[in-house]
Design a protein around this ligand. Structure first.
Ligand SMILES: NC(=O)c1ccc[n+]([C@@H]2O[C@H](COP(=O)([O-])OP(=O)(O)OC[C@H]3O[C@@H](n4cnc5c(N)ncnc54)[C@H](O)[C@@H]3O)[C@@H](O)[C@H]2O)c1
Ligand SMILES: [Zn+2]
Ligand SMILES: [Zn+2]
Length: 381
């Protein structure tokens, strides 16, 4: 089958790869109808991770069940399903507590809990930017979708970024009536803003410096804030009578930069500590890594990010972090889509075949104007 393979920094190629096949009785094989390029893929694409050459990328997958193993009881050939990016066993302590993003069985790497498809350090699971995908523990992991093709562009956000954006608001302790500051208007930040609006935020501030992304934030009812115009913290404080937002979401990650592109890994954490009120919460879903050999300074290379911890403590704030446990949210979010209450597909900018994925990576990586979220349909040429 064809798959999109990592070949070194800023090099990906569509190649013939091993067919996805049943290896364990609990596996299913999915024919991919839609698979998305994620901002998380760009960390690998830019050569900022230890992902191995030859890895098939792609953790945002949905499709039709093609084949099931002998131990699969409920999932049937022909079912339309969303595949959470977390590969989880369903029976370990973390899975039982709802933390499938920290599954204790599926990642064989020493000291690592939590696994994902096609991702650095997240276990031996090829990704779904390919024609087919093997899904372990299929009955536990797969989310059933209504048959047909309706809502494809909304449902495809259920594998990662809609639950991740929602998780950001949960980690932040957001409550109805809150003013919420969301740093980052990439796909994750836009869906964190959408999640906050759905949950009754009184105002959502969406901060980024890309005009197209700020416009999308405005289109879903958020107030766009552009750091090129002035200090984003001052803009949030001005808009909240000096009090600050009730809570905040970090949807940028360790490659946070200033408008010139220079990286400052502590920048958005500092901004959040200053933008959020005393005893407010901060949900960090942007990714931070234990080490970064290409980091901008010695501390950053060792994964040490000295943010304004003293002010954070003095303000009595709280912070929640980490990979999102998709299964905790995806059924409810699917039902919000079906009920017409959520429309996470609003940010889709491109729908392309797999063959042109390398160009799509390059343009999404440059955050070219209008390249907000790329959907790949492997069956389409
Ligand atoms: N926790 C999880 O489970 C999870 C899941 C998916 C993605 N992620 C992570 O979320 C982050 C965002 O993902 P994405 O797909 O939206 O990626 P993205 O790279 O497209 O979006 C990041 C956005 O942040 C903006 N930005 C950079 N510096 C900024 C600053 N100083 N202030 C405000 N905005 C700034 C960029 O302009 C960009 O629009 C990434 O780190 C990704 O790895 C985490
Ligand atoms: Zn993703
Ligand atoms: Zn588990």
């Amino acid at each position: 089958m064809k798959g999109l393979v990592y070949r070194g920094a800023r090099k990906v190629a569509v190649e013939q790869v091993d067919d996805a096949a049943i290896k364990e009785p609990n596996d299913a094989v999915i024919r991919i109808t839609t698979t998305n390029i994620c901002g998380s893929d760009l960390h690998m694409y830019e050569g900022r991770t230890s992902v191995e050459e030859g890895t098939v990328l792609g953790h945002e997958n949905m499709g039709i069940v093609e084949e099931v193993g002998s131990g699969v009881a409920f999932t049937k050939v022909g079912d339309r399903v969303s595949v959470p990016f977390n590969v989880a066993c369903g029976t370990c302590r973390s899975c039982n507590q709802g933390w499938t993003s920290f599954c204790e069985r599926t990642n064989p790497n020493e000291g690592m809990q939590g696994a994902a498809y096609g991702y650095a350090n997240m276990g031996p699971y090829p990704g779904g930017q390919a024609e087919y995908l093997r899904v372990p523990f299929a009955d536990f992991n797969l989310l059933q979708l209504p048959p047909g093709s309706e809502h494809e562009n909304n449902f495809t956000m259920l594998s990662d970024i809609f639950p991740t954006g929602w998780h950001g608001t949960v980690l932040a302790g957001m409550r109805p009536g809150d003013a919420v500051a969301v740093y980052g208007c990439g796909p994750v930040g836009l869906l964190a803003a959408h999640s906050a609006v759905i949950q009754g935020a009184r105002e959502v501030f969406s901060i980024d410096f890309h005009d197209d992304r700020l416009k999308l934030a405005e289109s879903i009812g958020a107030t766009p804030i552009d750091p090129r115009v002035g200090d984003p913290v001052a803009q949030v404080l001005d808009a909240t009578s000096g009090v600050g937002a009730d809570c905040g979401v970090e949807a940028v990650g360790w490659q946070a930069h200033d408008p010139s592109g220079a990286e400052h890994p502590e920048l958005v954490l500092d901004n959040l500590v200053e933008s959020v009120k005393v005893h407010g919460g901060i949900g960090v879903v942007g990714v931070y890594v234990p080490e970064d050999p290409d980091g901008p300074n010695d501390a950053a290379k060792q994964g040490r990010i000295p943010f304004k911890y003293g002010q954070y403590f003095t303000k009595g704030q709280r912070m929640g972090t980490g990979q999102a446990p998709v299964k905790r949210y995806n059924a409810e979010l699917r039902d919000l889509i079906i009920a017409g209450r959520a429309n996470p597909g609003f940010l889709v900018s491109h729908e392309l075949g797999l063959d042109v994925a390398p160009e799509a990576y390059a343009r999404f990586d440059k955050r070219e104007n209008g390249w907000t979220k790329v959907l790949l349909h492997p069956g389409q040429s």
